[in-house]
Design a protein around this ligand. Structure first.
Ligand code: HEC
Length: 247
């Protein structure tokens, strides 16, 4: 995320004859939707303001059991259930965090704290009143995910080159692209050819060029089919990454 792009764009708007238009647009900022949804209203706010810490790999001491770039989060047991108490799995923004809170409530509480409260989120600045109103209304309505964005186009993922190994690490370089420029996140799962439980390789797939690694030192020998599941919030796409042999 490049801080310079919006400010350059903002400067250009102000120096152009569009000042009046810009003023009238902001004067009629759209109302906060009665029931905001994750996909349309909330995710863009969290991607812009929270994901730099709260997206795996979590940075700046943000807790690893919470990700705010994703609605469901990652169920490390791969049983399709999000643990209501979240631990030890990775909770998404729409799951109930740390106990009996309904989805979204923990977010709403943190963003509305006094800015010098050490628990205020984000730690170093305040969301705008409108952004807070959207998150509050979303939480008050039980944090709905909402339908896919109309006309959404699916993300894609390609390996750039062959999977390779270095010692006990299997390494894949990839490019994830989205025609709508949405943030794309995702995970890689390895299914043993002979049956048995799938193994979670990584939950850290992210838009753009990246690399994932799989430490196979504790993985049972055999042949594994690798599949990526990539998600732009409106659609989840499965990508076949081929088969690897673990010796
Ligand atoms: C600069 C990094 C950073 C950013 C940006 C950030 N957070 Fe945090 N967040 C943290 C850290 C560190 C913690 C753990 C300490 C704490 O609980 O206060 C945390 C904890 C939390 C928790 C508590 C999780 C629990 O244990 O239940 C919530 C909820 C949360 N953040 C929401 C948000 C939201 C919403 C945003 C964006 C509006 C945001 N954070 C932006 C660093 C960040």
């Amino acid at each position: 995320m490049d801080d310079h792009v919006p400010s350059r764009r903002a400067r250009r708007t102000l120096t152009s004859a569009a000042v009046l238009v810009a003023a009238s647009v902001s004067a009629c900022a759209p109302d906060v939707p009665e029931v905001p949804t994750w996909t349309e209203d909330v995710r863009p706010i969290l991607v812009a303001n929270c994901a730099r810490c709260h997206s795996p790999p979590q940075l700046n001491d943000a807790p690893t059991y919470l990700r705010l770039d994703d609605y469901e989060g990652n169920d490390l047991e791969l049983d399709g259930q999000v643990d209501p108490g979240c631990l030890p799995d990775v909770c998404g923004a729409g799951s109930s965090l740390s106990g009996p809170d309904t989805g979204g409530l923990a977010l709403s509480i943190r963003i509305n704290l006094d800015q010098d409260d050490p628990q205020h989120m984000p730690p170093d600045f305040d969301l705008s009143p409108r952004q807070k109103d959207i998150i509050d209304a979303w939480a008050a309505n039980n944090a709905p995910k909402g339908p896919p964005l109309p006309g959404n186009r699916e993300p894609s993922m390609e390996l750039s080159g062959e999977l390779r190994s270095e010692g006990t690490l299997l390494i894949g370089d990839y490019v994830i692209d989205d025609p709508d420029f949405e943030l794309v996140t995702g995970q890689v799962i390895a299914e043993p050819d002979g049956g048995g439980s799938p193994v979670l390789v990584t939950i850290e797939l992210f838009s753009g060029r990246g690399q994932f690694t799989w430490d196979v030192s504790d993985v049972a020998p055999g042949s594994y089919a690798l599949t990526a599941e990539i998600d732009d919030a409106s659609s989840v796409v499965e990508v076949d990454l081929g088969t690897v042999d673990v010796n």
